[in-house]
Design a protein. Sequence first.
Length: 264
Amino acid sequence: MTMGDNLWGWQNINGSPYLTCALLAPWPHGFFTRAFYPQLPEQLITYLDPQGKAFRVKQVHGDVTLTATEIGQTPLAPDSAHPPADGIISDAPHQGVWVASADCTPVLIGDLIGKRVAAIHAGWRGTKARIVPKTIDRFLALGSELKDLRVALGPAIAGEVYQVDPWVALEVGQSVQAVQQLATERQQWDYLCNVATPPVLPDREPEKYRLDVRRINQLQLLELGFAQEQIAVAPHCTFQMEELFFSYRRTHTKEVQWSGIVSY
């Protein structure tokens, strides 16, 4: 999980810390901490790009990614000022795309040549539905090349502390193509528990497992043909680092931190 720790660095605004990733250095971006709560993207973007416009969606734990233009053309979610989706991809300069999280994985992506960017909310349900690979498909359809993409998986609940039911661990694990291709569930369990840096870990409680959702997303990306060097995984756990991050699993309150990246 800690591969590429040196790619991550802390920045500071008015005494409040936020995280950046060296892979995304060409773009203004940040994984903001609880210190910025309750500021919304419309305020946070002023720290990254005073000319920028913020785009966000009503996150529903699904697999839909909208372009910034599509956000304005898509029916709104019930009781929301935003359409339902869990990913946003820019289609013009100075567009800040944002996702909220409080244990789920915030994923920021940039295209070094095409300059477009994306922000994705990848909890276990979105990961099971392969929202990150589906967003990569949108990049490629828009003309991006895989080799030009850089992906940062931000602070989220770590696998070592994320307890889930067996069916959750298996169904999320089955989103990895190498697991899908195995003939029996026993073989699938064996793969998920014993592959290098396994995404499924044992739990002290009977009939429970620990699930590393970021590792599943990383495996999905590697299967698409990404090089290890194109992916950074944050060594920060929202559940364990209470002073920095909100965690729904820890408190069961609806407080979130925002992550965003701005196109140029």
